[in-house]
Design a protein around this ligand. Structure first.
Ligand code: SF4
Ligand code: SF4
Length: 300
C-alpha cells in the first residue's frame, strides 16, 4: 500500500510529546483562510519552483509540451495552471529549481525512516505524528501506517481536523495514542466562511472521541480579528473543562511562514494576510482563557 507524502520532518518538538518524526500527507477537505500548508490541500503532487535557484537556462521551456514554462525575454517564469504533472522539466533542470511536492511511499519506506530515530523516541517519550493536509483523506494508508507503528511499539499521534466520518475516526482509536484535534471556530457560519465547511461534524466527532475515552490535545489556531473573540476563546475554555479526554489545549498564534511556499507552488494567496499577534495580544487571549477557567492551556 502507498500514500502520497509531501514532507517528513525528523526531530520535531511541537507535534506531540517528546522527539517525534512527523509525516505530512497530501489532501484536505478544508481550505482555511490562514492555511500555512496550502500545497497540501490537493491530493495529487504539485510542481514547485524556487526562483532563487533558477539559472534562466530555458531547458524546461524546451521540454515542456504543455507550455507551462515561459521565456520572458531571457527571464524564466512558470504558468502553473498549464502544468500537466509529467515532471519532464524536473529531469532537465540543472540547478534544482524545479521539484515535485508529494511522492508515493510505501508503509515499509516510511517505517524505515521512523526506525532510524527509534532510540530518540524511546529516550524522550516521543514517537511519530501523522499530519497534513488531513491524514484521514488517505484513511487506509494512515490506519495501516499507525497500526504498523504499534506493532513496532512506537507511540503515535494523529493530527486531524476531525472532519471525517465517525466510523473512520473511531477505527483510528486502536492505533492512535494521542489525537491532536483542531478546533478552529465556534460559530458554524463563521467556521464555514473561514474553512469552507461548517463545524457540526467536527464538534460531534470531538464529543464522540471524548466519550470513547480518547486522549486529546485540542489545537486551536488563533488569528487576530478572525477568531480571537471572547465567544470562541470562552468556548475553548468550556470544552477544556467539560471533556476529560482533553489533556491540553494548545493555542497556536497565526504566522505567515506558509505564504512564500504557496507562491512557489503557484497558489495565489487569495486571502488577505492577517496580522501576527504580538505579546500584548497574546496576553489578552491569556486573560480571556483564564477568566473562563480554561484547563491546561498553553499559548505558543
Ligand atoms: S511537469 Fe510537465 S507539464 Fe508540468 S511544467 Fe514540467 S514539463 Fe511542463
Ligand atoms: S531548467 Fe531550471 S534553471 Fe533552467 S530555466 Fe528552467 S527552472 Fe530555471
Amino acid at each position: 500500500m502507498e500514500g502520497t507524502v509531501f514532507d517528513i520532518q525528523r526531530n520535531s518538538l511541537n507535534d506531540g510529546p517528546g522527539i517525534r518524526t512527523t509525516v505530512f500527507l497530501k489532501g484536505c477537505a478544508l481550505n482555511c483562510l490562514w492555511c500555512h500548508n496550502r500545497e497540501s490541500i490537493a491530493v495529487k503532487p504539485l510542481l514547485r519552483f524556487y526562483p532563487d535557484k533558477c539559472q534562466n537556462c530555458m531547458e524546461c521551456v524546451t521540454v515542456c509540451d504543455a507550455e507551462a514554462h515561459l521565456d520572458l525575454e531571457g527571464k524564466h517564469a512558470v504558468d502553473f495552471a498549464r502544468c500537466v504533472q509529467n515532471w519532464d522539466c524536473i529531469q532537465v533542470c540543472p540547478s534544482g529549481a524545479l521539484v515535485k511536492t508529494g511522492k508515493n511511499m510505501s508503509i515499509e519506506e516510511v517505517m524505515q525512516i521512523f526506525l532510524k530515530d527509534r532510540d530518540y523516541f524511546d529516550r524522550s517519550g516521543g514517537g511519530i505524528t501523522l499530519s497534513g493536509g488531513e491524514p484521514m483523506i488517505q484513511y487506509e494508508f494512515s490506519k495501516s501506517l499507525l497500526a504498523e507503528c504499534h506493532v513496532q511499539g512506537i507511540h503515535t499521534c494523529l493530527d486531524t481536523t476531525g472532519y471525517t466520518p465517525w466510523e473512520r475516526l473511531k477505527s483510528m482509536m486502536a492505533c492512535t495514542d494521542l489525537f491532536l484535534y483542531d478546533y478552529k471556530e465556534t460559530d458554524p457560519k463563521k467556521h464555514k466562511e473561514f474553512t469552507g465547511v461548517d463545524n457540526i461534524l467536527i464538534r460531534e466527532n470531538l464529543a464522540r472521541l471524548n466519550d470513547a475515552g480518547a486522549a486529546i490535545v485540542l489545537r486551536c489556531p488563533v488569528i487576530p480579528g478572525m477568531n480571537d473573540n471572547e465567544e470562541h476563546l470562552g468556548e475553548i475554555a468550556r470544552l477544556s473543562r467539560m471533556y476529560e479526554g482533553i489533556r491540553e489545549v494548545h493555542i497556536l498564534p497565526y504566522h505567515t511562514l506558509g505564504i512564500g511556499k504557496a507562491e512557489q507552488h503557484g497558489i495565489k494567496a487569495e486571502h488577505v494576510t492577517f496580522s501576527i499577534p504580538d505579546e500584548k495580544i497574546k496576553a489578552h487571549w491569556w486573560t480571556i482563557l483564564n477568566s473562563h477557567d480554561a484547563k491546561n492551556f498553553r499559548i505558543f
